[in-house]
Design a protein around this ligand. Sequence first.
Ligand SMILES: Cc1ncc(COP(=O)(O)O)c(C=O)c1O
Length: 397
Amino acid sequence: MEYIFSDRMKDMQGSAIREIFKAAADPQTISLAGGNPAPETFPNKELAGIAKRLLEEQPVLALQYGVTEGYPKLREAIRARLAEKEGIGTDADDLIVVSGGQQGIELTAKCLLNEGDTIIVEEPSFIGALNAFRSFGARLAGVPMQSDGMDMDALRRVIAGHKNVKAIYTIPTHQNPSGITMSAEKRRELYGIAKQAGIVILEDNPYGELTFHGEKLPTVKSLDDGSTVVYCGSFSKVLAPGLRVGFCIGPKEIIAKDIIAKQISDVHTPMLPQLLAYEYMTGFDMDANIRKSAALYAHKCDYMIECIERFFPAQVTHTTPNGGLFIWCDMGPGYDAMEVSRICAAEKVVFVPGNTFMVDMNAPCSAFRLNYSTMSDQKIKQGIRILGDTLKKIMGR
Ligand SMILES: Cc1ncc(COP(=O)(O)O)c(C=O)c1O
């Protein structure tokens, strides 16, 4: 039977880099392509104790249906944490618990974007969000990244040059895939531009708590009067991604629509993971665990950069992240990272070519993303050395 799929799904690609992930499944292959947090950061013993107690003592709470907006105590605890740590939240804001930050992005996009509307995105940007926007038939307008975040002049030009710009999607802190953090000045500028133009900012911040160098900058949401910014956060990188617990805080009217959209999608985020997140964040030292995770990533990031500087051809540039999980490398004009990634996969090292993160995924791109969070030092060194040797052969130096 020939299936005729909806317009919204027919051109969606599962993963343009399926071949790479196939290669990554080979145990001989060193994968610098993933984005998983390090499993040793999971507080599994504490979570096991909490789960046992919950299922024995509060089985109905843990196993019965819950309310769509999320477990009330968890919502309160997240709001308190956001207020204390980030200065986020006004009376005009509301908060919904979602099944991972990905769902927060998708639901908010669903509520804001009509087919043909424009959403402005950083280029490069997180593919999960780009695909969510694409699935609603939105036009993606890219704004190039600079070393201190979005190019603000380009942002102004894109706003002036597009109709129906509904939202600006940004990952200002330790961006996936570039590792770039937007400067405090640009955060204020971005907020001012969006507010004046009446455009919603969708701020995605799953890595903010994993800052390991430099000062922590104010979130864009902390500048908001409750009118302009929807902020998506997640427990995926600070607790465990398999729990699928995230949250969105934003203008009450938008969150009210997110709640209706979530009712249609999955009714509510499962209670057991919500309870685990709540009990862990209120009963244990989550900050200490986050500090430990950040220290681990600091070491891995610094070590990968040391190896890059030792083994890569000098003309390959790289970012120097202050946190998060990714480094962005660029071979410079004339090189196609997709092609290079195939050659490197044959040498048993995989990474993600940069075109994957672009508005036009088919245009050649000379940049690629490296991840350092799960590999041992030895594998990082081995992988970067192989990559460096291969790049030297390809680039002729
Ligand atoms: C920038 C960014 N946003 C959102 C997500 C989604 O994370 P989750 O749905 O696990 O919270 C990710 C995951 O890697 C990400 O990198």
